[in-house]
Design a protein around this ligand. Sequence first.
Ligand code: BES
Ligand code: MN
Ligand code: ZN
Length: 498
Amino acid sequence: MKVSISTESLQKLSTPALIFLVPEGALDDLPPEIRALLPKAALVSFRAKLSETLVVYPSRGSIERLVLVGLGDGKGSLAKLELFRRAVGTVARGLVKQGVTDLALYLGGLLGPDYVREAAVVAMLAPYRFSRHQKKKEDADKDIRSLVLVAPGEQSVQSLKAELTRAAILADAVRIARDLVNAPSNELTPTKLAEAAQQAAKGVNGLSATILGRSALIKGKFGALLAVARGSHEEPQLITLEYQPESKVNGQRSKVPTIVLVGKGVTFDTGGINLKPSQAMGDMHMDMAGGAAVIAAVRAAALLKLPLRVIGIVPATENMPSGTALKPGDILTSRSGQTIEVLDTDAEGRLILADGLDYAGEFQPDLIVDLATLTGAALVALGEDRAAIIGNDQEAIEAVRVAGDVTGELVWPLPLDDDYRAHVKSDVADVKNLGKGRQAGVISGAAFLEKFVPKDTPWVHIDLAGPALRSEPGPYWPKGGSGWGVRLLVEFLRSQTH
Ligand code: BES
Ligand code: MN
Ligand code: ZN
């Protein structure tokens, strides 16, 4: 898709569709150049309520359609930028469905780098579909071909153009994550996920991928990851992406913070011997959504040349029942040396993350963020519209929360204290992988993970079991894999650079 900025007046614009966003109540002071395109009677019933649209076909000039979209009165809970994203996404997808794939968006009054960037991001994301396996494409292949951002008289086009480059990097990264989450488990095995990570690193300056297979994992004593993998014929993989910025000050490599992102990479979760009931199983190819977000975000961070060292760690495996599988009651020794009593083989995510978090220590991180579709309890508590966050550092938790507010990927904090830490105390091992029955499932998951976080390291855990997979399409996300977390992670990383 081609995105450009035009500073010409509307008289000179030629487009199949010009989109104009109107806040409710602003109908009386439309820019004269827009008003000139509207027949007198056009606005009789249009109120500019949120997502209300009105299409007019101007009789003169070379704008074939003028599409007015309401932004509502802005009094709801959604941030202004999110309202903008949703409005742009809704019309963009609507127009593409009708076969209109060359769009123009009027930005007068809404200018600013954020709006320019987000318009482009959303236009690239809204038409996404996972259609790779469909022979008959229907509207599957339709994408936006071009988007012109119309900003009449705008002076600082050069700086806005940089936002378009950023937008393309972000949207590409989200698409990568969506494709990985949507891929079925017979296609996306741990090995294939590792190949995808290598592909994501290929040709990107400063970014490299390292993959450890079974024998290296045995050598490295990744006891918890290996235990989960034992039930599967698929070889487990430990994926590491490492981005080292080139930033040099006076020829010296400047000291930049190291942030490690750890993502759960279970390419299919049957529950293992504690087999899931059948309705709960079909979606479990999505159980690597945290890992996908991490891979995509590290790639984006490298392409954006963020002045940070960013490491992505994704332990990847299937969780299968078999004659060789991990069994309830088994006691494992994790990479950290701590022993784990496995009371439920379906609580496998925290097992593989235990080794992933411990391994993160090798990189001497200043901060760790982990992303995992860890508990059904997160989905029950917050639904698909928010992920749960828990951590050991208020400042870092707050920074993640703010980043989510900026990108529209909302998170909500839950507590972690000694009373909850007691939920994962084991009678026979150093820790157990199950909390107190149905109590505080998200928190006991985090309490378990905390035991494996390298000493004195700020850490934030994001449980994205809700938003990772959408049961219905939204304004700029499809049904299925949402790519949730990619933009949040990149925004969070950016926020740590100043
Ligand atoms: N992958 C699941 C969590 C999940 C559930 C993600 C629904 C997305 C949608 C995880 O491995 C799991 O099975 N968790 C268990 C933990 C329990 C056994 C402590 C759960 O939530 O039931
Ligand atoms: Mn599970
Ligand atoms: Zn799982």
